[in-house]
Design a protein around this ligand. Structure first.
Ligand SMILES: [Zn+2]
Length: 186
């Protein structure tokens, strides 16, 4: 069963430095809360957006590489290959790594979309604010492509004429693929 998720300021309720319970949104903070402050020792912590990447990989015949999410959030819905950027990792390296991990495909990013997307990703009891970057990628070769690990993702190849935004469960991905199919994402 999916654990109830909440915003960071409602999950992190004790100061990680002095353990005081007077740890919470700094005065005057509205949602989304960006800064947590300890009323006892003065420790402050900033809640920042987590960078994530998605790849748009379209073959010459108009088939687009997608995945199906096997786990929550949005289990069973379509997704674009991608994921969170690791600490210290450039986004263009993250997109290459994520596509390789999920689909076995080696890609080369050839462009970064001129707009970005925001999402609230609910996982493991806490909501992560994400900032999603979309990379246009081309496959170095299609030979390594596999069906996914079946536990987290399945690989799906789908002609663009059959793709609709409603099949995508994560709001930012739904918007990005809709923009791409509508030729407004460049
Ligand atoms: Zn403290």
């Amino acid at each position: 069963m999916l654990k109830r998720c909440d915003y960071p300021h409602r999950v992190f309720r004790y100061c990680p430095v002095c353990s005081a319970s007077s740890f919470g949104p700094a005065d005057g903070q509205h949602e989304p809360v960006k800064r947590l402050l300890c009323g006892s020792c003065g420790f402050e912590y900033f809640i920042n957006a987590a960078a994530s990447v998605m790849a748009i990989i379209e073959r010459a015949d108009g088939v687009i590489l997608l995945t199906r999410r096997m786990k929550e959030p949005a289990a069973g819905t379509l997704d674009l290959p991608g994921g969170f950027v690791d600490p210290g990792e450039p986004a263009e390296a993250a997109v290459v790594r994520e596509v390789q991990e999920e689909c076995g495909l080696t890609v080369r990013p050839v462009g970064l979309a001129g707009r970005t997307y925001c999402n609230e990703y609910r996982y493991g009891g806490v909501i992560y604010y994400t900032l999603d970057l979309v990379f246009f990628c081309e496959a170095v070769s299609w030979e390594g492509l596999h069906g996914g690990d079946q536990e987290e993702t399945q690989t799906v190849l789908m002609p663009r004429s059959l793709i609709t935004g409603e099949s995508f469960g994560l709001p930012s991905v739904r918007q990005a693929i809709s923009d791409y199919l509508g030729n407004t994402l460049r």
